[in-house]
Every structure is written in structure tokens, then in C-alpha cells.
Write a protein that binds this ligand. Structure first.
Ligand code: SAM
Length: 275
């Protein structure tokens, strides 16, 4: 897991984001969720997908939700902002968690949005703690998917719903590397959708919703062409999170989607309420 941790550990991340905001002329006192979206929602279809997931989640004000693999917390904050929920985000990367906390303070959302550096495979919470959970494009780095889902199941209250938006494998292998979540195959653990569904059920969940989002992902990346020469990167973007080869990674993701090497699944899994 060490190489995955270091992949997601850029230096001085918070200050580089602040520099980016300054360069595009944003006053720090008036920064909004939308201003940060180019850098803090690190998943396919960004905040559009997050808003769809919020609708699907049906989480309501006052609930306490866990965001597993929250990155720098863009969707954690958006979830809290749009639903009124308290949300706790955990992530393997200390650098991401540091930036997540400081950005949350910048937006003055720290009362309802908290963060903790931790592994999805050993969640530092008691059984039956959360009303709901969500995890956005993290499973790709997790080899032991059953343990991750068992942990989510354990910390959810009975009847609690887990919203998952995850990249899976597809008919064809191998993947073209690097991709946004992995420099090479030693960091990427994709299983086809059917196997993903089986492991969710094996952890004890019932599946309430299952939506294949692959076509939408293909459309979102359809414009990607093979990068040539020095990349022309914006002041604020996910290259700050995973490096300046982001255009090659996005181009490879486009190829992997089009060649049916990866798929994208949105699902809601429910911990049964036996009472
Ligand atoms: C592609 S990013 C997605 C981040 C965030 N969910 C978002 O949508 O902006 C994948 C995240 O998963 C985290 N991650 C990978 N393996 C993890 C693990 N075992 N436990 C906790 N977080 C993990 C990484 O540190 C990274 O922040």
C-alpha cells in the first residue's frame, strides 16, 4: 500500500492550490465550492456526477455520512452543502487530508465536515456509527475489495445505504498505463462489474440500485487526443494531485473506456435492517 500512498502525496499541495486560485484572480475570502471543482473532485464527470450521486443517495439533513477515500474533499463538502448532512472523510494520503481540512476551513464548513487520515481497510470507527456511506473512485487502488466493503458494512447502522461510484474492469485486458489512479499495473486492481457486484453482496449488502455509467464516461473523454510536447496545464487542475502527465493519463483512460477495458458503475448497497 506504500506505493499507492506515495502516488497520492504531492508536496505542499494546499499552498499550490492557493497559488492557483490567486493566478486565476479568485479572492480567498470569497472562494466557492465551484471555484475549487477543477482540482477537488477527482473523478470521472466531476461535480456533475457528484450531484447525481447526491440525488441517488437520498441522504437527509442531520444524517452522519462517511466518505471513504475522500481525496481533498470536494465531494465531501458538496454532499454536506447540498444535503445538510455531517460528513466525515477518510483518505490514505496525509497530504490530501491536510489540504482537505485547510480548504474546508477556507470555506468555513469545518463544523459539519471533518477529515481523518486512515485506511479504508481498517476504518477507525465503532460498529454501527454512520447513517450512510459513500466512496467515489477509490476501489481501483484496493486489492482486497471484500475487506473494504466489510469495513463499510461494519461501520454503517442497519438500514444504512452505501453509494459507490467506481471504475471497474470490462471485457478486455490489459489496461493502457499510466491512468489517473495508477502509474502502472502494480497499483491498479480492477474487477469486472459482475465480480464487483458479487463482492458487494458477499460483504452482506443488498443491492438497491445498479447503473452502468460507462457510456457517459466515454462521452466525457471523447475529446481526448494523444498529448504531444510540453503539456499546457491550467492553473488549477488534478495535475496538482497526481502529476503533470495527467493528459497522458486522461488519454489512456479514454482509450481504455473506448476499447472496453474499463467500465464505470454507480450503485447503492444497503445494510439490511434485520429488526
Ligand atoms: C481517484 S482519487 C478519488 C478521490 C475522491 N473520492 C474524489 O472523488 O475526489 C482516489 C483516492 O482514493 C484514496 N485511496 C486509495 N486507496 C485507499 C485506501 N486503501 N484507503 C483510503 N483511501 C484510499 C487515494 O488516496 C485517493 O485520494
Amino acid at each position: 500500500m506504500k506505493h499507492i500512498h506515495s502516488y497520492y502525496s504531492p508536496n505542499d499541495l494546499y499552498n499550490r492550490i492557493i497559488e492557483g486560485l490567486n493566478e486565476i484572480g479568485r479572492e480567498l475570502t470569497g472562494v466557492t465550492l465551484d471555484d475549487l471543482q477543477p482540482v477537488d473532485e477527482f473523478h470521472i464527470r466531476g461535480n456533475i456526477a457528484t450531484k447525481e450521486l447526491i440525488k441517488l443517495s437520498a441522504f437527509t439533513p442531520g444524517m452522519h455520512i462517511l466518505d471513504v477515500g475522500c481525496g481533498i474533499g470536494g465531494s465531501t463538502r458538496r454532499l454536506s452543502h447540498e444535503t445538510g448532512c455531517c460528513v466525515t472523510g477518510i483518505d490514505l494520503s496525509d497530504e490530501y487530508i491536510d489540504a482537505a481540512e485547510r480548504l474546508t476551513q477556507l470555506l468555513n464548513m469545518q463544523e459539519r465536515v471533518k477529515f481523518l487520515a486512515a485506511s479504508a481497510l481498517a476504518l477507525p470507527f465503532n460498529d454501527n456509527t454512520f447513517d450512510g456511506a459513500w466512496s467515489i473512485q477509490m476501489n481501483m487502488n484496493v486489492e482486497n475489495k471484500l475487506l473494504w466493503l466489510q469495513e463499510v458494512y461494519r461501520v454503517l447502522k442497519p438500514g444504512g445505504r452505501a453509494v459507490l461510484y467506481e471504475v471497474c474492469g470490462h471485457k478486455n485486458t490489459p489496461l493502457h498505463f499510466p491512468v489517473p489512479w495508477a502509474q502502472n499495473s502494480s497499483m491498479s486492481f480492477l474487477v469486472p462489474p459482475e465480480a464487483f457486484r458479487d463482492v458487494i453482496k458477499a460483504a452482506g449488502f443488498d443491492i438497491e440500485a445498479w447503473n452502468d455509467k460507462t457510456e457517459l464516461a466515454q462521452k466525457a473523454f471523447a475529446h481526448m487526443t494523444e498529448p504531444v510536447g510540453e503539456p499546457d496545464l491550467p492553473e488549477l487542475g488534478v495535475h496538482l494531485l497526481v502529476g503533470n502527465d495527467i493528459l497522458t493519463k486522461a488519454y489512456n483512460l479514454h482509450r481504455n473506456l473506448d476499447e472496453e477495458r474499463v467500465s464505470l458503475i454507480e450503485t447503492v448497497a444497503v445494510k439490511p435492517d434485520f429488526e
